[in-house]
Design a protein around this ligand. Structure first.
Ligand code: SF4
Ligand code: SF4
Length: 384
């Protein structure tokens, strides 16, 4: 009997797709939650929006489970007699901390007093859920050694809130076991990471890689693997543009058009975007001016990034083998304004742009609305 085809739709699939559509954009600030990450470059690339979060639905649902668990743990703390605050009493919003000209920031799970460890001490509360394996490691080694990033996160909160204690509360997702650890403020760790944040905020280029070995274990699973060890350019937005710089009060300024950039405008960028050169990992800059940079790829091909050449928004979506391709260059030249909007390895580059008068005449329905100005040219057979 012929096997029935696998259903292309199912309730489970629909739920996961729904969750998959709930990725949130990169945060505007450098988070206290990542300032303890092992890799400087990771922190910088995250803050510079080199890649948007792209978690699968299952993971986003798992994160949501963690958030819901926080509510239960908060209630547990209150029920054992802790005086717990999870929102700022003045604003009614989550308690936040901020430093380094407003560019380093974080949201605190809670601040409480009346913990069995030291009933009179106010303490920062940080809650995390763990897999059984991670939980066992935490029990064995303690938070400082087992989860250094969480340890630093608490130190930043304590330092910025001028509190001396934190309670780390962890839950084993497999069996509901709970682990708590009373953590003391460590001035050296706080100072070291404040200096780290300041250094990364003013860095105009990505810091050194944690490892140049593509097989290095911390790189293999990193969100930025393709950017550090692969061949994919960063996303094109103001944070990856060499015209943008962080200024006071957590703001950003564009030196090219001399304006302060609103967050929503930073996310869009503009056609004047010019990549910070190391964010195009497959080519080296060989020449440049205020508004363009010429690169050479390892095969000797050259291309120029900037208005009137390869726009950053095109480089962000073009596979590296097609960048600087003569056929694409010819089409872009023949149809001014034509842009590459998508591409795939071993496949096609997809271009959109304005018809010139010639093409408008040949279009199947010349009266068709202005949308006829949207021209799609497919360049076939461009093999990797
Ligand atoms: S891939 Fe490696 S070097 Fe690059 S950001 Fe991630 S950890 Fe750092
Ligand atoms: S040139 Fe455009 S993309 Fe670059 S910082 Fe200014 S507004 Fe943003």
């Amino acid at each position: 009997m012929t096997a029935l085809p696998e259903p292309s739709k199912s309730t489970a699939k629909a739920i996961m797709q729904l969750w998959g559509s709930r990725n949130e954009p990169n945060r505007p600030h450098m988070g206290c939650s990542i300032i303890g990450h092992a890799c400087d470059r990771y922190i910088w690339l995250t803050w510079r929006w080199a890649k948007s979060p792209d978690f699968e639905g299952r993971l986003l649902r798992l994160f949501d489970t963690g958030k819901r668990e926080e509510e239960r743990l908060n209630q547990d703390l209150k029920d054992i007699g802790v005086e717990l605050y999870t929102v700022d009493q003045d604003t009614g919003k989550q308690i936040t901390v901020s430093a380094c000209g407003g560019h380093l920031a974080g949201s605190v799970d809670g601040i409480g007093k009346g913990f069995p460890e030291a009933p009179k001490s106010w303490a920062v509360v940080e809650q995390k859920t763990h897999s059984a394996k991670s939980f066992a490691d935490l029990q064995k080694k303690g938070v400082r050694e087992s989860k250094p990033q969480h340890f630093v996160q608490m130190q930043m909160y304590m330092g910025l809130l001028q509190l001396e204690r934190a309670l780390y509360l962890a839950k084993n997702k497999d069996n509901e076991e709970i682990y708590s650890e009373w953590v003391h403020f460590d001035q050296d760790t706080f100072t070291k990471h404040m200096i780290r944040a300041d250094r990364l905020i003013v860095a105009t280029e990505p810091p050194e890689k944690l490892s140049n070995d593509p097989a290095w274990y911390e790189c293999k699973w990193c969100d930025f693997y393709e950017l550090c060890h692969g061949q994919r350019a960063a996303e094109a937005n103001c944070r990856t543009c060499c015209h943008a710089s962080p200024v006071a009060k957590g703001a950003w300024h564009c030196d090219s058009i001399n304006i302060d950039l609103k967050e929503k405008d930073q996310r869009k960028g503009c056609d004047g975007h010019l990549y910070i050169p190391p964010l195009i990992p497959y080519a080296k800059p060989i020449d440049g001016s205020t508004n363009s940079v010429t690169y050479q790829k390892t095969d000797g091909t050259t291309f120029t990034n900037g208005p009137g050449h390869w726009l950053s928004s095109e480089l962000a979506v073009t596979v590296h083998t097609m960048v600087g391709d003569k056929v694409i260059d010819e089409i872009k030249e023949a149809f001014p304004g034509a842009k590459v909007v998508a591409s795939e390895f071993g496949g096609f580059a997809d271009l959109e742009g304005d018809f010139d008068e010639e093409l408008k005449k040949d279009a199947p329905d010349p009266k068709k609305e202005k949308a006829t100005a949207q021209n799609k040219a497919f360049i076939k057979g461009m093999r990797k």
